[in-house]
Design a protein around this ligand. Sequence first.
Ligand code: BGC
Length: 378
Amino acid sequence: MKKILLIICLLFGVILVFNSCNKNNSVKTDSGSILIGLVMPETHVDRWVKDGASLKRFAESRGYRAEETFAGTDQNVQNGQIRTFIKEGAKLLIIGSLSEGIIPAVADAAKAKIPVIAYDRIIPNSADYDYYITFNNYEVGTFQGKSIEDGLDLKNATTANPKTIAFFAGAATDGNAFFFYDGAVDVLNPYIDKGVLKVIGPYPRTSKDSAAFKSIATENWQAAVAEARMKDLLANEARDVRLDAVLAPNDTLARAIIKACLDDPKYSGGNLPLITGQDAEADSILAIKNGQQSMTVFKDTTKLAEAAIILADQILKGEANPVVPGATLAAGDLAVIGDTGKKIVKAFLLQPIFINKDNWNIPVQAGYFTPEEEIRLK
Ligand code: BGC
């Protein structure tokens, strides 16, 4: 009997020790890991889902805790998510913002001494953060403009037989939309001036031409908005002309514009205008392969996410002059990219890649797609 009691006591002791070790361990990992809040704008554009997942993966691989949120294009929701992260004790926020409406929430983060990295999109008119990481967005627009210049052979176009184009821009609440547009029209304006390229519908000469820019902008980058505007254009200003090109700022909107064109008898036979894009979305790679979309721009957001976490890690470790491999600190003329309107933040830039039917495999080789997407692309 004594022996049995002794064994029970020993067992009980082992269990107690084991349990307390376990608790210590879990307490250690929970409170020991630093939380990074990942605040993404939307999910209706594929890339943000990938951005969120990659950011989380890279943060966790460096021993951080990371949570991702998506705001569904609603600024109030996004501000709520930021404030929740502040309450949860996040030590750094990586934010893909929606609009200027974010300013008070970023100010709250600054009050709580939480550093913010503006991710992909600048946070305008705020002096409450120091870092921005993005792609060279002006160059994205340049790629789009050049593909139209080459595709329509504008160098050899004549005033007797001018080419025609319609312009679309992204959300006027997103600073990137301005860079994309300016990059494209800086290539196209000389041809418009010469009279060999004719704009059908509104024509902002630059993104600073606010009223005209608003009339080509697409609220929240919503496909339905672009599709409706394209339909309207086809039924009105473009009714009696054949459009040779449509400047579409990203893939989501490019496919919406293609859809509207395919509903029009003039283009339904596949005789589509040249339509640009951006983001290398799987569906647009398919559209490029079947000739409906002319090009896209591959911004490897896996690399952007990795670079953002490398930056975050250095900020959290108190590094005053972070260095981000694979990204260039914008200097000289490019430093304006970091101009929020209230201060110049450090802007780190990654390079976008031009994609068309000849090199569509680049994002596949870079491992950009999910296994399901890869199967669809084969
Ligand atoms: C991003 C694009 C994206 C667009 C819509 C922009 O800020 O840079 O990659 O297509 O937002 O989400």
